[in-house]
Design a protein around this ligand. Structure first.
Ligand code: NAP
Length: 382
């Protein structure tokens, strides 16, 4: 199978090297930006790649929604299989690409967009064909896991943990998408689409790790708890999709607490299979490229679909899930939340709420922050 690659950056270079080394795969032309075609294998025209009848598949590893969407659509229309590592693209335009691929009878796979090397969507797509998927979740952002692990095990404060993640190449110069939870949210959107044929596009509840302090971590540690940023997704009994990201406080013996450094852990629960946990590298040149090449191999073996052509966009409804929440807030704001336990820590109050719907808790904290209160919260894993 001859494969052209769109984008020659961190992942693109790895994909090209792996294609060249793989049996049964041949590297076609590689798309780079205008003026950057400094080698004969590089081209600057998507039309040239689409018109090349010897090319069977196109891998998109440029990032962003446009022009990635237009280029991949053009490749599908030209009858080429498509593989991408681009979660922003699939979250925004996945259903259109899946429909086009089905119309053309070609493959459209995107394992690398969710969990890097961890074969989450690959396994989930297979599992969803034969089992009812009851719940999805896990640690799907290595940057924040690395930071929380550093704060927990090395006692670093948030700023130092972020600087260390940036120095090691785990966090970008602008880390907002990671630390806000947006990156993890996009991944759970894709997992819901694969598991339930419904892509949640609005109604999310999103809390990242920006509010956690070294003092908070000391408090959790004294109670034997470990903080992790988790995603949760699923379908309620009446067909409503939930999808949210928030910090969780976990027992040190929980599987998530044992996920260290920048590793990811994807989890799904099948009605018959029970819990399946997958741990591995969620990012990086070769881990991500390995997932792209696995998708190419799947296509070569006849697999075509990860997201069905029938996949519809829906609003998430996170009122179907409830948690007790650990919270740290100014003592003066104590009445804003129904607290079952509380202790004073100087001018701060630390406590645990009664069970609250995820939507309710996120809305209450939003209102508190809008009034100027500094609040940290994390769900308690029951
Ligand atoms: N890096 C990871 O560990 C990782 C893990 C999982 C998923 N991903 C996803 O994989 C994708 C690529 O990530 P990356 O880290 O490889 O990014 P990157 O290092 O920035 O590489 C992207 C490459 O695509 C090129 N490019 C962008 N727009 C282009 C265009 N219109 N025409 C031709 N080339 C274009 C860029 O060129 P310029 O340099 O000239 O801009 C760059 O060489 C993203 O969607 C990302 O979310 C990455």
């Amino acid at each position: 199978m001859k494969v052209s690659v769109l984008g020659y950056g961190t992942v693109g270079v790895g994909v090209c090297e792996m294609i060249e080394a793989a049996e049964g795969l041949e590297l076609g032309k590689v798309l780079v930006r205008p003026g950057k075609a400094d080698k004969p294998f590089k081209v600057c025209s998507i039309e040239e790649i689409c018109a090349d009848e010897s090319v069977d598949a196109v891998v998109e590893v440029m990032g962003g929604v446009e022009p990635a969407y237009s280029y991949l659509s053009a490749a599908l229309r030209a009858g080429k299989h498509a593989v991408t590592s681009n979660k922003a693209l699939v979250a925004a335009r996945g259903p259109e690409l899946a429909k086009l691929a089905a119309e053309k009878g070609v493959g459209f796979l995107f394992s690398a967009a969710c969990g890097g090397a961890v074969p989450f969507l690959h396994n989930l797509a297979l599992a969803a064909e034969s089992d009812r998927i009851l719940a999805l979740g896990g640690i799907l952002n290595g940057t924040t896991n690395f930071m929380l692990d550093s704060m927990q095990r090395s006692g670093m404060d948030y700023g130092d943990a972020l600087r260390q993640a940036q120095a090691l190449g785990y966090a970008e110069a602008d880390p907002t998408a990671d630390v806000s939870g947006l990156d993890a949210l996009r991944k759970i959107m894709l997992a819901c689409a694969v598991a339930y044929d419904k892509l949640p596009c609005e109604g999310f509840s999103l809390e990242g790790i920006e509010s956690v302090t070294a003092a908070d971590v000391k408090h959790f540690q004294a109670k034997g708890l470990v903080l992790r940023l988790l995603v949760r997704g699923g379908e309620s009994g009446d067909g409503r999709i939930y999808a949210f990201v928030q910090p969780y406080l976990l027992a040190a013996s929980s599987p998530e607490a044992s996920v260290l450094q920048n590793f990811n852990m994807a989890k799904y629960r099948g009605e018959n299979a029970g819990d399946i946990l997958l741990i591995g590298q969620g990012a990086g040149r070769y881990p991500t490229a390995s997932a792209v090449v696995r998708d190419l191999s799947d296509i070569a073996h006849g697999r075509r679909t990860m997201m069905k052509a029938s996949c519809e966009r829906v609003a998430a409804d996170n009122s179907v899930c409830s948690c007790r929440y650990y919270v740290r807030l100014p003592a003066a704001c104590a009445d804003a939340l129904p607290l079952a336990e509380k202790e004073l820590d100087g001018a701060l109050l630390r406590g645990v709420t009664e069970p609250l719907a995820v939507t309710d808790m996120h809305a209450r904290v939003k209102a508190l922050r809008e009034s100027g209160a500094a609040v940290f919260f994390a769900a308690m894993e029951d």
